[in-house]
Design a protein around this ligand. Structure first.
Ligand code: 2M8
Length: 452
């Protein structure tokens, strides 16, 4: 055992597992688990999915409760909101429920407080993994059936309201919908949007009370986030009318890959539940085809976002651009190019300046920043999805590196929200972990990777 990294040593693993379980336990808030102790004091959409996996082996009921709590916020059109607000923490996060002003919007569930946008639809593939881990799948059949119907409705929403040209690609209407809020990609999109300071309603950030400003988005980015929320709420979130004249519409590879991996999962779940799966099969074929025809950048050798307002690709290399491996989109030649990039200096660094896998924005992108949220730091959920995507194509060695780098970061620094991608930190920097500590999905996915 001596030459193996310490997390393979049972004593250390037991400590990590116990600590991870404590993170989840401490973050429980009523029926669900919040992403972080103070920075994110409500329920978040894709966080809920990853968090459910962290409970799947030790407390299956809680895993189901996370999903059930999130889908209480589902709107009549199928949209599952980015945030389901907890009544206890009113005023502790910005933008809160009042700012979103979704109260009384037709189709929003009346007794649940939610934001008005969505997030990457991980729920299908999470549900399928839960089925594989269920202690007694028959006993939980009603839960799986209920969730299957809810998630089907969510996919219907994505294809009906977010794919007006019926291309097989859903667009996101806000950086927050990508989950990767602060990518340099969004700067490119915003650079084409005419924007006046007077179009931003007054607001006060709360995130900077918890995290140093150099790890969070800058003010100009935040102004633009709020500008978009204001456009949406002024039009009462009325889809599809609102999209006729709406400036931020981006077809992003990770969002669509996640949607499509969930389509595959719904096919498997539907077969088990004896439900019709025809439309998931059609969507799966169409979306993989569209990911390849519209989002592949031959010059970069990675998938990139497409701005459907400006009719152009945004050729910036991000971790999200490799997630289409998860849904089986790329052919062998494209997989080789993606893996070559992942193993090369853009993500692995150089022998003198090595990097942990996998930077959220490539190390050699002009917009890269090793400290700032989504501009470069490593995120455990991204590594987890890439791990599964690479294994799908038989790239087990590099997949294992994603897993071992992730576990090593957790072992060295703790359950941070994100990590500096450089292995050698400057002397004045003690920790490579940033954002919030005791971050739920970091703990949950550590547990999943350790099979606990
Ligand atoms: C971050 O996003 C929220 C807004 O949704 C924020 O910064 O206030 C993102 O990292 C997002 O992906 C994540 O779901 C959320 C909660 O962990 O935090």
């Amino acid at each position: 055992m001596t030459d193996l990294p310490p997390y393979y040593d049972p004593a250390t693993t037991a400590n990590i597992v116990a600590a991870a379980k404590n993170v989840l336990k401490d973050n429980i808030l009523g029926a669900f688990t919040k992403p972080a102790p103070t920075l994110y004091p409500h329920q978040w959409n894709w966080d809920a999915g990853f968090i459910a996996l962290g409970y799947a082996r030790s407390d299956f009921r809680q895993a189901c409760a996370e999903m059930t709590a999130l889908f209480r916020g589902q709107w009549a059109n199928g949209m599952v909101p980015q945030i389901v607000f907890s009544v206890e923490n009113v005023g502790k996060y910005f933008p809160g429920y009042r700012f979103w002003d979704t109260n009384g919007v037709p189709g929003k569930p009346r007794n649940v407080r939610t934001s008005g946008i969505t997030m990457p639809p991980v729920h299908g593939f999470i549900l399928n993994r839960l089925l594989q881990l269920a202690p007694d799948s028959k006993a939980y059949r009603p839960f799986f059936l209920r969730m299957f119907d809810r998630i089907s409705l969510l996919h219907q929403y994505c294809y009906q309201y977010r794919d007006p040209a019926r291309e097989g690609l859903a667009f996101i209407c806000h950086p927050w919908e990508s989950g990767m809020d602060n990518l340099p990609t969004w700067e490119e999109v915003f650079s084409q949007i005419e924007f006046d300071a007077a179009d931003v309603p007054p607001y006060e950030r709360r995130d900077l009370e918890h995290v140093d400003a150099r790890y969070r988005p800058r003010k100009p980015s935040y102004d633009r986030y709020i500008y978009l929320v204001n456009l949406l709420r002024q039009q009462r979130y009325q889809e599809p009318e609102i999209w006729e004249n709406y400036p931020f519409q981006v077809q992003e590879p990770m969002f669509n890959a996640i949607l499509n991996h969930s389509n595959e999962a719904l096919i498997e779940l539907g077969d088990w539940l004896r439900r019709d799966t025809g439309r998931f099969r059609e969507w799966h074929t169409q979306t993989n085809r569209a990911i390849n025809s519209k989002l592949w950048s031959e010059s970069r050798g990675i998938y990139v976002s497409y701005d459907r307002v400006q009719h152009r690709q945004i050729p910036i290399a991000t971790a999200g651009g490799m997630i289409p491996l998860l849904c089986g989109a790329p052919d062998a030649a494209r997989v080789t190019r993606v893996v070559t990039m992942l193993e090369g200096p853009s993500f692995t660094g150089t022998p003198e300046h090595p990097a942990w896998l996998c930077a959220s924005t490539a190390l050699d992108e002009p917009g890269f920043d090793p400290h700032r949220y989504w501009r470069g730091p490593v995120w455990i959920n991204m590594n987890w999805m890439l791990f599964h995507g690479l294994n799908r194509y038989g790239h087990h060695a590099i997949a294992e590196k994603l897993r071992s780098d992730s576990l090593e970061l957790v072992r060295q620094y703790g359950f941070w929200e994100y990590f500096n991608p450089w292995k050698n930190l400057p002397e004045n920097e003690k920790s490579g972990g940033y954002g919030s500590n005791q971050f739920s999905w970091t703990a949950a996915l550590t547990l999943d990777w350790l099979g606990m």
